[in-house]
Ligand binder design. Structure first.
Ligand SMILES: *Cc1c(COP(=O)(O)O)cnc(C)c1O
Length: 362
């Protein structure tokens, strides 16, 4: 598919875009265009196009509204000092969309088509890619069952779309460590479930725990395993890492219940540059809590495309009816800072990218 532009859209005036880009927030403003394609059992993928950003027409019997057959991706376009616009590892998003599609019995979208849709959209809407430090254009590709039928089955008609939204720095007032609530009652994913797929349903399932976290004065929730609530998993939308005093970088394995983050993979690849030995293995709650107590676990952070690397200052949880805090010896420690700096420097093209992770689109 080539995602041709279906013409005649009035675009936002440059002054209006400039006004929005002074303080875009996150996921509030959308660019002038969107990419679309339709899949049917009979025809496969077809009707690919880029159109003006507009509401989707979906009948009330639309499958996704009832049975939640939906997946999505999230990636960013970064503007470099010379004005060019680049994507970070978009092939990984294309591959993960297809792994999610397999789990949710949605059709695979060939990687070339994914890249054509995203690249075409960003090139067309490049005026929306901010120039300022730590600002970027967030791209949201998604796919859902769009046929009109109330029977429970894998959708026979599927819609793929991609939209884009300028976003400001995640931490508007400088990076500050967050407080994380560890949930030991609610679960995000179980063995054999959909935890490894990037699907809307996982997010719906995480919202109550996130609300509890906020009621406990925390910004996010860290889930533990569904069976025993003893093993660390991940946050609602970010993976978690610990740094030990003897130079190890620990993260739980993505064996079925944890989303395989592209930021996670990038962090593990970069870690040896900073003298860190990566250990991808189960981490128990007691290892975390006693490790903080004995100052063996010195730093912790969460990571994902939207917030890059977010330092964790404190873990809070309820044990035997009491709320307890476990604060990291180094709440925004040197290894967290090094990894974050290196990653954003690659994303914004300020350092050598020996991995070939970045791709120019405009
Ligand atoms: C998207 C997502 C992440 C982070 O993945 P990135 O590819 O790094 O953005 C982590 N956990 C969950 C549940 C996610 O949906």
């Amino acid at each position: 598919m080539s995602f041709p532009l279906v013409p005649d859209v009035a675009t936002t005036p440059a002054e209006e875009i400039a006004r929005i880009l002074t303080d875009p927030g996150f996921g509030i403003h959308f660019t002038d265009h969107m990419a679309l394609a339709i899949w049917t059992e009979a025809e496969g993928w077809h009707d690919d196009r880029i159109e003006g950003y507009h509401p989707l027409a979906l009948g009330p019997a639309g499958a996704v509204l009832h049975y939640g057959q939906e997946i999505f991706e999230g990636l960013k376009a970064y503007r470099r000092q010379d004005g060019s616009v680049w994507l970070f590892r978009p092939d990984m998003n294309a591959a993960r969309l297809n792994r999610s599609a397999d789990r949710m019995t949605l059709p695979r979208l060939p990687e070339a088509d994914f890249l054509a849709a995203i690249g075409g959209l960003v090139a067309l809407d490049q005026a929306w890619v901010p120039e300022a430090d730590e600002m970027s254009l967030y791209i949201r590709p998604f796919m859902f069952g769009s046929d009109q039928f109330l029977g429970v089955r894998s959708a026979a008609e599927v819609t793929f779309a991609a939209i884009a939204s300028p976003c400001g720095p995640y931490f508007a007032d400088g990076i500050s460590p967050v407080k994380i609530w560890i949930s030991t009652d609610l679960s995000r994913a179980g063995q054999g479930g959909t935890g490894a797929a990037k699907c809307g349903g996982n997010y719906a399932a995480s919202l109550l725990a996130t609300r509890q976290a906020q009621q406990q004065g925390c910004s996010q929730v860290l889930f533990t395993d569904a069976a025993d609530h003893e093993w660390l998993e991940e946050l609602g939308g970010m993976n978690v890492f610990l740094v030990t005093s003897d130079g190890r970088l620990l993260t739980p394995p993505t064996s079925g219940t944890i989303l395989d983050g592209i930021t996670r993979d990038s962090v593990m690849t970069l870690a040896p540059e900073f003298g860190l030995t990566v250990q991808e293995r189960p981490i128990s709650l007691s290892e975390l809590l006693s490790g903080i107590g004995s100052r063996n676990v010195v730093e912790a952070f969460a990571c994902g495309t939207a917030a890059v690397i977010t330092p964790i200052g404190t873990f809070r949880l309820e044990r035997e009816g009491k709320i307890e805090d476990f604060s990291l010896p180094e709440p925004f420690g040197p290894k967290t800072a090094d990894l974050r700096r290196r990653l954003v420097d690659i994303q914004w093209g300020r350092t050598t990218d020996q991995f070939g992770w970045t791709t120019r689109v405009a």
